[in-house]
Design a protein around this ligand. Structure first.
Ligand SMILES: C[S@@+](CC[C@H](N)C(=O)[O-])C[C@H]1O[C@@H](n2cnc3c(N)ncnc32)[C@H](O)[C@@H]1O
Length: 244
């Protein structure tokens, strides 16, 4: 099977974002949902978060549009022996057709509503429409922690728009959510995530120097490393527990 930088990196990570699993689990527990509540993990990646949600007693559907990642998610779900339904497709189509939900978890997604590069408010407004009244959104994404140099912002926002902590909270309120809890990850947590992904890619390249995917994996690893090294003073990760 073919592999990619994302698959190699996500295979070694608990969470494919700069946040710890315990923080995500704690945020979900705050929602106080009953067993069996309907939940979706949008952009499940390695399915680690979806598996944790199932272990917390929720009825979970995981959505993933990258077929290589979906294969990893399928393997992880089977190995965990939990009941998570995996839908391979884009969030806009799959969630658009889903029944109203008690909880949506969306951590590090892009183009969540099918619009291309939705503003934070547009992405959250669309997700709010997929929730039952009183339902919950656990949103996590990159946060500008200091004023970004314009070129860094242009490169980082080529496919997705980000804002600062106050901007995410304002977007949530404008979308009609109450911000119940939030946390910007400690920089050490973000650094551990970046180092974990890079270390996995370098180890894979050492072990597979002649693999057909090596050039693409090296190119992606170098690009991410460059952005993260230059961007370190400006980029963090924020987690927002929002109630409709
Ligand atoms: C940064 S990873 C995060 C994975 C997981 N949510 C976590 O936090 O561990 C984002 C994943 O979401 C998938 N993804 C992003 N946007 C998506 C969308 N609109 N629909 C389906 N999958 C999406 C990507 O392919 C990738 O695997």
């Amino acid at each position: 099977m073919t592999t990619t930088y994302n698959r190699i990196a996500y295979e070694v990570l608990d969470v494919c974002n700069g946040v710890e699993m315990a923080t995500i689990e704690g945020a979900i527990a705050r929602a106080g949902l009953p067993a069996g509540a309907l939940a979706v993990d949008v952009g499940t990646g390695n399915a680690g978060v979806a598996i944790a949600m199932a272990r917390a007693g929720l009825t979970v559907t995981a959505i993933e549009y990258d077929p290589v990642m979906a294969e990893l998610a399928r393997e992880r779900i089977a190995a965990a022996g939990v009941d998570v339904r995996l839908e391979v497709g884009a969030s806009a189509e799959v969630l658009g057709a889903a029944e109203p939900l008690d909880l949506i978890v969306a951590l590090g997604t892009t183009n969540v509503n099918g619009e291309g590069r939705p503003t934070p408010e547009a992405a959250m407004t669309w997700l709010k429409g997929r929730l039952k009244p009183g339902g919950w959104l656990l949103w996590g994404d990159l946060v500008w922690i200091a004023e970004s140099p314009a070129p860094l912002r242009q490169i980082t926002e080529a496919v997705n728009l980000y804002t600062d902590d106050a901007g995410w909270k304002a977007a949530a309120k404008a979308a009609g959510f109450e911000v119940v809890w939030s946390e910007v990850s400690a920089q050490a947590v973000f650094d551990a995530y970046v180092a974990g992904a890079d270390g996995a890619a370098r180890a894979w390249l050492d072990a597979h120097p002649d693999a057909p995917e090596a050039e693409a994996v090296r190119g992606n690893a170098d690009r991410v490393k460059m952005i993260m090294e230059f961007g370190r003073p400006f980029i963090g990760f924020g987690l927002y527990l929002l109630r409709r």
